[in-house]
Write a protein that binds this ligand. Structure first.
Ligand code: GLN
Length: 342
């Protein structure tokens, strides 16, 4: 189902007003986990391009956006960083809306790969990328979007990301240029995809879209609101604008759950239990279905390319607030109700 412009979809949450005490309680939770991990200096900033190596490593912010439209953020809430691979979840949703489930699955699979995100490989049983959350799959998605939408593909991506965040987003042209100039691995993946018949377009045109989508600038609040838009069945809870269709959202969140944290995805599913997507810019976007989105930003990464403090924060929050999908208390699914706004 395609998400129509400004049309509300059935079943998404109403904008509620969080009581002052409920708001203070969530803010207290965020501050506690922020302070708990503030001193953690583990991991290292992505340095595959000079632009990312320059990012001040100590920045640290986190935000929760409820599907009622409220946002609570602490730490470096105004720091802007490139969205990088977190974009993969949103371009997947856009492709699902644009060409449908069947056609999307023709170009990319849904299986975790167990390989690093930038592996130059396809699933040998299908000759397609394993899933849309690794580079090969995301480049296949960008290629199919370019085929379907033509030269306006990137503008439409930016427009959808902006709607999901509820504000006009922009591209970091320096990061884009660096990605473009140094992206030989991704170019190799692009040629592999073209040789496998995944798309029939000039590889550089496809990579232009992919590198641009990775270079979109966001804040933790943007990531939280984007996550809340997915949690709210594709409708931005603050602006009430439809961004993605319900079927696209279901597929997207499912694939985030199994593949969103690269080769750390299984560990994440057990320990955190909330669908999420990370990016090498240091951001993580997590989605608690029908309840909330979480955004975290901390640029130091672990070996898999996930933010070290981002992972710790999500795990701690999931524990503290009972958000794990399979937590025996099942508190996550009635989070808003417990706050009196659901
Ligand atoms: N731009 C990066 C790349 O394509 C994004 C990777 C990531 O965030 N994991 O390699």
């Amino acid at each position: 189902m395609e998400a129509a412009d400004s049309v509300e979809q059935p079943g998404h949450s109403k904008v509620g007003t969080l009581s002052i005490s409920a708001r203070a309680e969530i803010e207290g939770n965020l501050r506690r986990v922020h302070d708990q991990f503030l001193g953690n200096r583990e991991g290292k900033v992505a340095d595959y391009i000079p632009e990312l190596a320059k990012v001040p490593p100590d920045q640290f912010g986190l935000a929760i956006a409820l599907t009622t439209g409220e946002v609570i953020a602490v730490g470096d809430v105004d720091s802007r960083f490139t969205i990088q691979s977190t974009s993969k979840a949103l371009t997947l949703a856009l492709l699902l809306d644009t060409v449908g489930h069947q056609e999307t699955l023709r170009v990319v699979g849904t299986q975790p790969s167990g390989d690093p995100f930038n592996a130059i490989t396809l699933d040998p049983s299908t000759n397609r990328p394993f899933n849309p959350m690794v580079n090969a799959g995301a480049i296949a998605v960008s290629g199919r979007l370019l085929e379907a939408l033509g030269p306006s593909a990137f503008d439409q991506i930016l427009e959808h990301f902006s709607r999901a965040a509820g504000r006009e987003l922009t591209v970091d042209e320096n990061v884009f240029e660096s990605e473009r100039v140094t992206g030989h691995r991704n170019r190799a993946i692009g040629h592999l995809l073209r040789a496998a018949g995944v798309f029939d377009l000039p590889v550089d045109d496809v990579l232009d879209v992919y590198f641009r989508q990775c270079s979109i600038l966001v804040t933790v609040t943007d990531l939280a609101v984007m996550g809340a838009t997915l949690a709210n069945i594709g409708v931005n809870p603050a602006t009430r604008r439809a961004v993605f269709g319900v079927d696209a959202v279901r597929d997207t969140i499912s694939i985030m759950f199994t593949c969103g944290m690269y080769d750390g995805a299984g560990d994440w599913a057990c320990k955190v239990g909330v669908p999420a997507k990370s990016g090498v810019g240091g951001g993580i976007m997590a989605v608690l279905n029908r309840q909330l989105g979480i955004g975290v930003f901390s640029p130091r990464l672990d070996i898999a390319g996930n933010s070290v403090r981002g992972k710790l924060v999500c795990r701690s929050l999931a524990d503290e607030l009972g958000l794990h999908t399979f937590d025996w208390t099942n508190m996550g699914s009635s989070f808003l109700k417990a706050l009196g706004v659901g």
